[in-house]
Ligand binder design. Sequence first.
Ligand SMILES: C[S@@+](CC[C@H](N)C(=O)[O-])C[C@H]1O[C@@H](n2cnc3c(N)ncnc32)[C@H](O)[C@@H]1O
Length: 377
Amino acid sequence: MPARTCPSARALRFARICREGRRAVQPSHVPVLLDRVRALLTPALTEPGAVTVDATLGLGGHAEAMLRALPSLRLIGLDRDPQALAASRERLAFAESRVTFAHAVYDELPAVLNRLGVRTVQAVLFDLGVSSLQLDLDDRGFAYSRDAPLDMRMDPSTGRTAADVLNTYDEAALARVLRRYGEEPFARRIAAAVVAERAREPFTTSARLADLVRASIPAAARRTGGNPAKRTFQALRIEVNAELDVLERALPAALDRISVGGRIAVLAYHSLEDRLVKRALADVTTARVPPDMPVVPAGAEPTFRLLTRGSEPPTEAETTANPRAASARLRAAERVRPSTSTATADTAIGTHEHLASERTGARRAARHPGRARGGRP
Ligand SMILES: C[S@@+](CC[C@H](N)C(=O)[O-])C[C@H]1O[C@@H](n2cnc3c(N)ncnc32)[C@H](O)[C@@H]1O
């Protein structure tokens, strides 16, 4: 096949990133709210043949705990970051025959499941945001506290970088990104400073941007709220990876593929993410009738029930031991009625194969679902 004999530049880049990931990565991400996530998802996963999706596999911390606790559990792990997949593949080697890896953006979940011949699953976990691997590797450019290339792509094999955004967006668009995704009160000032500064020399590294942000905001604002570059870096990261758009599509798609009795848990790390999670769960846990209607007619009942009251933060002890957990907020729900599109709650794995380098397959399946079902690449 042409793809095998003449690999595309993208496939070659992917292979290189995986190789580098295996060599360079010392897995060190501490899974957040691990015990609580496990307690919430386990009741849905005790039947033989149960399948869980880890939509943000990362370094496989949550996945490892679930696979060790439940010896017959099968796990489908997605990540858009090839380095994360390479690292988690090593970590989860003890359960190799029970894990399927997919290099995919999580809104491609339906295509990945279709490709595997899986109609519904018993649990889905989203642990949103960045992993310690991404924050700690200098060349990924996520950290504002160190000087590094301004990249910030979760999948470094595709898309535009943070430097591209800074150097090409017009001033109004930059201000919009900073305001919307960073909730930055000085968005216009920072955008104007970026545009003036890039005319002198395009942005390539993070320290120059962090210094510029600091210099652009009033002195009083510099003294409170931690590093002032934090909001700008968050905004760029969200823009570069289209994080909120993808999440908004992914949540209903994932909920739709959960069987009756199945559960979802979502860990969000900032209010923009948590708002989307809250809204997606409210949509499926609230009856679709006017509030003054005395009875809920058949078919209008909610299809899920909430398992968490509001959002659950980590304990103080966890935050002390792992400061990166501090902003985490957990929400979870259980399916109590079938959805109209997956009326029966059966699960069948047609092909249980490793998909680590088959992103194109997932994309093809998304475009041609009929062709993809159960087929090998
Ligand atoms: C917080 S980490 C997950 C850590 C993991 N739970 C663990 O215990 O090791 C988030 C991971 O999700 C991935 N990710 C973020 N957005 C994604 C998306 N839209 N699609 C697929 N993966 C995504 C990131 O690349 C990162 O590896």
